[in-house]
Every structure is written in structure tokens, then in C-alpha cells.
Design a protein around this ligand. Sequence first.
Ligand code: LMR
Length: 342
Amino acid sequence: MKILSVLFSAVLFSLSLSAQAGPLIIKYSHVVADSTPKGQAALKFKEVAERLLPGKVEVQVFPNSQLFGDGKEMEALLLGDVQILAPSLAKFGKYTKKVQIFDLPFLFDDIDAVGRFQNSDKGRELLTSMADKGIIGFGYIHNGMKQFSANKPLRTPADAKGLKFRIQASDVLEAQFKAVDANPQKIAFAEVYQALQSGVVDGAENPWANIYTKKFHEVQKYITESGHGVLDYMVIANDQWWNGLPDDVKKGLSEAMTESIAYGNKVAQDEDMAFRQKVIDDKKAKLIKLTKKERAQWRDAMKPVWTKFEADIGKDLIDAAVAANDKPAKHKKSEHKHSEKK
Ligand code: LMR
């Protein structure tokens, strides 16, 4: 009898060991399509992590709000129900006021300026701005500059008056639309198509990749090429989970993270204009290009939002972002050389 029970315990022990010996499951959840920059980055992370750590980790990617949508995903991360997220920079307001900087309208001239700021010391400091909340940031992934869309043509700020716009959960974006007397409504990304289609809202703001992959151009009559703000991401994990990982796993995952972020940024750079062209080719929504004068009107109307959030964000940070609009001297020189050669 005694021998039997010893045997039984031994079997149980080895069963539990083999359960432990299985790969570590890492859930990476996001709300967009696989073909977008973030979707591609998540799949690259899986590929690289599983190649570098064979049998040790299994990365499960959940796109399109399949596992968690906006609103629930951050909570899930803190509870340990998901390990990696890459929320849009507009979705961190509850955890840090600093990251709100990315939502300030007309702050960055283009996506290269956004990249220069993100790679600067001040930009990189923001990756640890939620450390006290148990969240660590690994890096930024671009999606692209946002464009306005609506069921009526938006050329000047006066055209937006009284219209309802879907926004991400961001107080800055709320203020941005209020600045042109519009009606902002915070709605989760998974519900945007229906909100536009049913007329719950009249318009929205999105980068080209999201417009195309979620078919927003099929339920909006006009898209105004405004490039008035940026929609990028921070890749994050739960601090406690990350720091509890064995060193070799952490090393492999760090490498996978670096490679996947670089890959996502390359996709964003290569595909932004291709997504734009696909939207145009579909001929569902009419593209409106702003004249310099019209764009300046939007900028003048929306820029007071900066002052409103300056105390929360910090003037030093805003100044650093503005400075990132200057192209580095090296760039200018090589452009110059290039034109000399011609
Ligand atoms: C949105 O809610 O519009 C975006 O944050 C979605 C995304 O992740 O690109």
C-alpha cells in the first residue's frame, strides 16, 4: 500500500513538473487588423521570440479586440490576464499625464518629427513614466498621422461645428474637438464602424491604415487630409511579470521586442501611403486636400489646447517635441549634397 502511494505521488510530481516544463504562454493583445503596422509588429514578435526561445515560450497574438478591447485591456494587463499590449498613446491618460503630449493637435509636422521626438532622451523617458503604476514601456510603434473624416466636407474649422466626432479615450482629443465647437464622444475602437454607419457620430479621426482595414471610408462621405495629429503606440508589459522572468527568457524577449518594434515602424513607413492609395482607389469617400491657408485655420483654432494641458504635460516636453520638427543638420547637408550632384 505504502509503495503504491509513493508511486502515485511520484507520478503526480512528474506530471506537475511536465506542466511546468511546457512553454511559457505570452498573450499579446491588440485592437487593430493583422495587416496594420501594429498587427505586423505583434506577429513579428511571435516569430522572433519563438525562434530565439524554442520550446520555452509560445506567443499568442489576439488582433481586432478579440481578447480585450479598449477600456478592458489595461486592467487585464495589470491583473496578469494578458502580458503584452501596444495601446495607442491616446489611451494612457489614466496612468500618466505626460504621454498626453502625443495627442496635442498640430504639434508634429510629420511622422519623421514624431520619430525624432520618440528617440530623444525626453521621448524615451516617457517609456518609464508609468513605472509607479507597474507598467513598463519597451518602445514606440508608428501607425501614422491622423486624417479627419465626416459625412460632410470639412475644409475649415467652421465646418466641424455641431458635428459629433468619435474620439479615443483622451481628454486632449476631447478638448481638440471642443475647440472647433464640435461634439466629441469617447467610443471604443471596436465600435467605431457601427457608430459611423448608424450615424451615432458624424465623423472621426484616424490614420490611413485604420481607415482602410476597418473600412471607415465606406461609411464616411469625405476624408480631409489634415495630418493634424499622430496615432502611434507604446508597447508595454506588466512590470512584475517582466521582472519575474528567467534571465535567458528576458534576454530573448528583449531581442524579439526590439526587432518587432523596428519591423512595425518599417511597415508604417512603407505602407502609410499605400493604405492612403487603397482608400482613394476604392472611390467610396471623397478626398479633400486642404490649402495652406485652410490648414492654418485648423491649426489656429486647435492650438490653444496646448496651453490647456501644458501644466500636466510639462513645457519642457512640449518644447522638445516642437524642436523635433527641425530636421537634423546632417539631413539638410546630405539633401544639399544630393541636389548639388543633380
Ligand atoms: C483607436 O482607438 O482609434 C486606435 O487607438 C486604434 C489603434 O489601436 O490603432
